[in-house]
Design a protein around this ligand. Structure first.
Ligand SMILES: O=C(O)CCC(=O)C(=O)O
Length: 273
């Protein structure tokens, strides 16, 4: 994918590390949103796992134009790097008055990576209203390990967000985020096009790092969410410290010395006698 000058800032990437997603409202132009519905109705060609973007989405195709929109390309490059491969893509459709919601889940059965992550793009070509069953997302859930659909045991977490958005909105999500399509109680078919990207380079300082030492980075990383338990919330921040150390290539980064304390293992002193 081409290099773009719309890279994310450090504060935006820190917000992604804390929330597990980034929301880009209204970034796809109306003519593409209209075109999308026809493209989805015609069906998308299947893409084998691991296909480079230019092969998966030929020049001029709808998906290629979508991922090359400057705001989308810049955010993707900042999070997953240049030249990612496509894991899979799919149009998720929620029918009018369908009567049931999708249980909360993450899209990976189990994924033990701590330093690398896939990015899932969700694109909404229509305005999504409250009764259309917008995607439910649990902010700050992406580093909490449960296994895929077992997450469905949890219902109605405090602070969960049920997406309503203008047409042309794109979400970029960490692969571990807890999410689910809600029940569509409207008269309108609701579409969401998802593409999962795999990184092909180490995810280290891929964004515009000019503000790397801005105090707002730390403020983003120490944020808690209403559903967190009091003690386990600290573990979430601890997990983020680990991810930020790796993303920013700063092995000494810390918040309130939490990671420093638990890695302090002094070596035996050599005798000088
Ligand atoms: O329909 C939606 O909004 C979400 C669907 C989804 O992400 C999934 O099936 O994994």
């Amino acid at each position: 994918m081409p290099t773009t000058n719309q890279l994310l800032s450090s504060v935006q990437v820190a917000r992604f590390v804390a929330h597990g997603f980034l929301r880009l409202d209204d970034v796809v132009p109306p003519e593409m949103n209209e075109e999308a519905l026809g493209v989805f109705a015609a069906g998308l060609p299947s893409v084998p796992y691991g296909t480079p973007v230019p092969e998966a989405f030929p020049e001029g195709s709808f998906a290629r134009r979508l991922v090359e929109l400057p705001a989308v390309a810049g955010a993707l490059e900042s999070l997953v790097g240049p030249d990612p491969t496509v894991d899979h893509h799919f149009v998720h459709t929620r029918l009018p008055h369908e009567g049931s919601a999708q249980p909360l889940h993450a899209d990976a059965l189990i994924d033990l990576r701590t330093e690398a992550f896939d990015v899932q793009l969700m694109y909404y070509p229509q305005a999504v209203t409250a009764d259309m069953g917008g995607t439910l997302v649990v902010p700050g859930s992406h580093l909490r390990r449960t296994n895929e659909s077992d997450t469905g045991r949890y219902q109605n977490l405090r602070g969960q967000t049920r997406l309503t958005c203008p047409a042309g909105t794109v979400l970029l999500l960490h692969h571990g985020i807890w999410h689910g399509g809600r029940r569509n109680d409207s008269d309108t078919v609701r579409h969401m096009y998802k593409i999962r990207f795999n990184p092909t380079v180490p995810q280290v300082r891929l964004w515009d790092t000019a503000d790397l030492h801005d105090p707002a980075v730390r403020e983003e990383l120490r944020r808690t969410f209403p559903w967190y338990e009091q003690a386990t919330a600290r573990l979430e921040i601890h997990n983020r410290i680990g991810l930020w150390r790796s993303l920013s290539a700063d092995p000494g980064f810390d918040i309130d010395h939490w990671a420093t304390r638990i890695t302090n293992r002094p070596a035996p002193q050599r005798s000088t006698a």
